[in-house]
Design a protein around this ligand. Structure first.
Ligand SMILES: [Zn+2]
Ligand SMILES: [Zn+2]
Length: 371
């Protein structure tokens, strides 16, 4: 299905794609009154228009039908894949969601078939071209869990995933090398068939040749005629310094193989960042905490702090309260783009427990001196 074959139902009702159901209902009522056959007796065009308005409203006013229609409009390519997946029973790795959606659109949704423009000579030509037009491959989305420090400092991470690749043995034709392909007798090589639906003829991809227009006499043994094979692939991904949990890395052309010489889809790697035992990230800032003893808190002193760039010695001024936050400038994330983040240390004062008698006595006199 090429996008050109999908009728713009929003345009039929004169509403925008983001219109609420309310707006759609109102537009429908207004148009339905205007073009009602009772008001336009004998006017064939008004009758056609009335049918069209009704059909558009039936789909756009039904949440589920509208969702599927929108999906199909945005993913004419995805729909093709779904067709492929359904017809050939592609492996579970292959076509994540399309098979199901496509099945619904063409199977369970009688009304939606009418959305496709009816056959005429010019469309017949364009749909024939459409079937062999190069199509971009699907995007593949995977996730990868990386250590905290790799996310902060950048690095390399190996990922393995499965994608469909063009069968090398038959170069994607699905026909055994050296064998001949013949014109599909059912669709006479057009790749589409005309199905009657009520009063209308509707164009559908030919089920005998899966829309290719050709019939394979000897299917390729390597791919069993699919033209594609599910292939595991391992690649090493460059992780940019400062990547956040949940961010995606895009690798152009690493997705599923295209059709009819079309380019590959892209690979998206959603990054999950592991927790670190010492360091914590909030926004672009690295946080950690450091324990100091009571004497250091009172008299001042030094404490060692582990940062992304190794251990540093932090100066503690006299009279430091527990919970004081010290900013260590430039010791945080060194972002790929050159920006340098900071590291914040929260100081916690260890209060001595289980004082011996001597310490108890000294502390009492110290406490008395504070009064
Ligand atoms: Zn093959
Ligand atoms: Zn056919």
């Amino acid at each position: 299905m090429s996008p050109a074959e999908i009728k713009d139902l929003y345009k039929v009702l004169g509403v925008s794609e983001s219109s609420t159901k309310d707006v759609i209902d109102k537009a429908f009522r207004r148009l339905a009154i205007k073009h009602h056959p009772d008001k336009n007796k004998g006017n064939k065009r008004a009758e056609e228009r009335f049918k069209e308005i009704n059909e558009a409203h039936q789909i756009l006013s039904d949440n589920e039908k509208r969702r599927q229609y929108d999906f199909m409009r945005k993913n004419p390519y995805g729909a093709m894949h779904g067709f492929d997946a359904e017809g050939f029973g592609a492996g579970p790795q292959g076509f994540k969601f399309n098979g199901e959606d496509f099945g619904n659109i063409f199977g369970g949704l009688g009304g939606l078939g009418d959305v496709f423009d009816f056959f005429n000579t010019s469309q017949r030509k364009s749909s024939r071209r459409g079937m062999s037009r190069p199509l971009r491959g699907e995007d593949v989305v995977i996730s990868a869990t990386i250590p905290f420090r790799m996310a902060a400092e950048g690095g390399k991470h190996a990922v393995t995933f499965s994608r469909t690749e063009t069968c090398q043995s038959c170069s994607g034709t699905g026909a055994e090398r050296g064998s001949k392909t013949t014109k599909c007798p059912r669709c006479e090589g057009t790749g589409t068939i005309l199905v009657s639906q009520g009063a209308f003829g509707v164009s559908r991809p030919c089920p005998d040749c899966m829309g290719t227009g050709t019939r394979i006499t000897h299917p390729c043994r390597e791919c069993r005629g699919k033209g594609k094979v599910q292939t595991p692939r391992s690649i090493t991904v460059k992780i940019p310094a400062g990547i956040k949990d949940g961010q995606k890395i895009r690798l152009a052309g690493e997705g599923e193989a295209g059709q009819n010489g079309g380019p590959n889809g892209d690979l998206f790697i959603q990054v999950n960042v592991e927790h670190d035992a010492v360091l914590r990230r909030e926004g672009d800032i690295i946080h950690s905490s450091a324990d100091i003893d009571l004497a250091t808190a009172m008299r001042g002193g030094k404490v060692n702090v582990g940062t992304l760039q190794g251990t540093i010695t932090l100066k503690i001024p006299p009279g430091t309260q527990s919970g004081t936050v010290f900013k260590i400038k430039g010791r945080g994330i060194r972002f790929t783009k050159g920006r340098v983040g900071d590291h914040y240390v929260t100081v916690k004062v260890r209060i001595p427990k289980n004082l011996n008698a001597e310490q108890q006595r000294l502390f009492e006199s110290f406490a008395a001196s504070l009064r």
